[in-house]
Structures are given as C-alpha cells and as structure tokens.
Design a protein around this ligand. Sequence first.
Ligand SMILES: O=C(O)CCC(=O)C(=O)O
Length: 272
Amino acid sequence: MMVLSQELEKHYTISDEHIEQFNRDGHILLKDVLSKELLAEWGPKIEAAVARRGESQASVPMEERTLYDQAFVQITNLWETDEELIPFLFNKCLARIAAELMKVDGVRMYHDQALFKEPGGGFTPWHTDQRYWPVSSDRNITAWIPLCDIPLEKGPLEFCTASQHILENRELAISAESEDKIDKMVKLSDMEKSVQPFDLGDVSFHFGATFHRAGPNKTNDMRSVMTIIYVDKDMRMDICERNQGDANRWCPGCEQGDLMASPLNPILWEKE
Ligand SMILES: O=C(O)CCC(=O)C(=O)O
C-alpha cells in the first residue's frame, strides 16, 4: 500500500484516448485520481484555512450578496498564506496530468483557489477563465478537486463540450449577463452540455477557454472544492486592460511578452 505522502508524487497514467478527449472536448473528468484517505487528510486542513480567511465573506447574508458572491466563497493562493498546504497544492501528480493533457513539457503554478459553495449557495454563471488571465496561448488549465462527493444537487461543474474554440461571448465577465447570453448561445448551438456527479477522488480538468458554469447548492452541506490553475512552463505574458489586475496579482514584476516566471509561478512538474 502506498504511503499517503507518496501519493502526491505518484504517476497517474492517462491514456492517449484521455489526451485526445481532453483536446477535443476542452474538459475531462478523471476517476479515482486521489484516494479518499489522502483527501480525508488534506480536506480538513484546506477547510480550516478557508474558514480562517473566508470568515468575512461568509458572514454576509446570502440575499444581500451580489450574484458573484452568492456563487461561492473564493479564497485565493492558499499556498502563500498557509505554508502547510504546499505539499498538496504543489503536488507532482496533478501537475503532471495537467502537462500531459495539454501536451506540454512542463507546467507552472498560475494560482490556486478554494471555491466553496455554501448550503443554499447560488449558481456559478457561464464564463471562460481565460477572459481574466494574461496568457499568450491556450495552454492553461484548471484542476477542479472536490473535497467531498458532489451529486447533481450540490452544484458540480458543468461544461459546454468543445466550446474552447467559440469566439462569441468569451469576453463577458462572470455575471447575470454572461449566464444569459452564453446560455442562449449554447441552447442555439449543436454543442452538448456536460454535467455529471463527482465522487470523492475524482478530478476534472478544463482549458481556460472552455465555457463552464455550475448549478446551485441545494443541499444543507458545503460544496468544498479546491482548484489549482496551471500554465505551460513556457507561457509568455499577454497583458491587456481586462487582465491587468490578474497580471499584477499572480505574476508580479512580469511585463508584456515576458516568460510567466515570477516568484509566484514555480515550475511544478517538467519532463526529465
Ligand atoms: O466551482 C465553481 O462553481 C466554478 C469553478 C470555475 O469556474 C473554475 O474552476 O474555473
């Protein structure tokens, strides 16, 4: 039996079919990537860090919040504030999967974020992530890591399959407008919407360019999810007005055209 700390370094084998599916559909759900035992160890540590940093956001009553803040308590870069989480957040296992799915030789940390949808929390509007990010290529990816089982009524991630190439509506910020316009676009297109429950241990990956959303949390329990966002290790900065805030925050000191290699963007896995 594998020692738990070794599991974070393990090689989870993905097949050529997985890679093809991911690059065709723009998303993939991989089963049993992390063990329930490992998540039983790390989940409570992440939850404790989120409770410490998310207190003020969570204390505002749901009906007084913006649509965005109803969707989740969002706590970013736990690795910077909670050093004990670094072994989990910098793990080689997920970083290697991210690199292999994107067909690149290595990946860097862009940032991490906890996305906890509270009991009664609202839906996450349709959007693309890349709208916010100062990236010069499409080789950027999110690992969405549930810390609990997520049945359909708890708001699992939903994707518009093969939408990573659609240009329409991709500039929209997360809002009622993005939900409305993208929903209409998806319904009028022949693209499929994909949503499925997650079991603890499953991890999904999506390109930053893929349209996605999540339903509300209709249960009485927290939908606790950790995410890690990776970019190709050779990613260069492409800064514009829309992503200047993210560029300053996640890649301090990097200018237009620079390698995305600030002290906040260590390489987490690369081919030997
Ligand atoms: O967790 C959610 O509700 C949305 C997640 C998301 O948009 C993302 O991870 O890119």
